[in-house]
Design a protein around this ligand. Structure first.
Ligand code: 5GP
Ligand code: ZN
Length: 117
């Protein structure tokens, strides 16, 4: 399958690995928007959050287990996890992934959504 993150997971494309287990792979985002910006992805190819159902939803728990392990291992006390689902939300890679952001005081609110037109 021609999927960037599948290629990263199977080692065809190099990445800066942060964490790996049976279900999950985590690596540094190539264009970080925060001092800590990791991507946490299920090894199983799932296109997006909208494709999560009762057959595959267990991987989402594994994603959050991995985030907690990564945070503990790296001494990260506070972090934000973001999933973009679909084009308007800014999903550019169609393999389910969660952004883990940390290392900066983050804002919240409508302004964080940027231009909506
Ligand atoms: P999305 O916009 O789909 O939510 O997030 C995709 C993320 O993947 C972006 O933050 C982008 O910087 C990151 N990305 C795209 N291509 C690569 C790559 O080849 N390697 C790594 N490490 N990150 C990538
Ligand atoms: Zn994939």
């Amino acid at each position: 399958m021609d999927c960037l993150f599948c290629k990263i997971i199977n080692g065809e494309i190099p990445s800066a690995k942060v964490y790996e287990d049976e279900f999950v792979y985590s690596f540094k985002d190539i264009s970080p928007i925060a001092p800590v910006h990791y991507l946490i992805v299920p090894k199983q190819h799932i296109c997006c959050a909208n494709a999560i159902d009762e057959t595959n939803s267990a991987v989402v728990a594994k994603i959050f287990e991995a985030a907690a392990k990564i945070a503990k291992a790296e001494g990260i006390e506070s972090y934000r996890i973001i999933n973009n689902c679909g084009d308007d939300a800014g999903q550019t890679v169609k393999h389910l992934h969660f952004h883990m952001l940390a290392g900066v005081k983050m804002g919240w609110g409508a302004e964080s959504l940027g231009k909506t037109e």
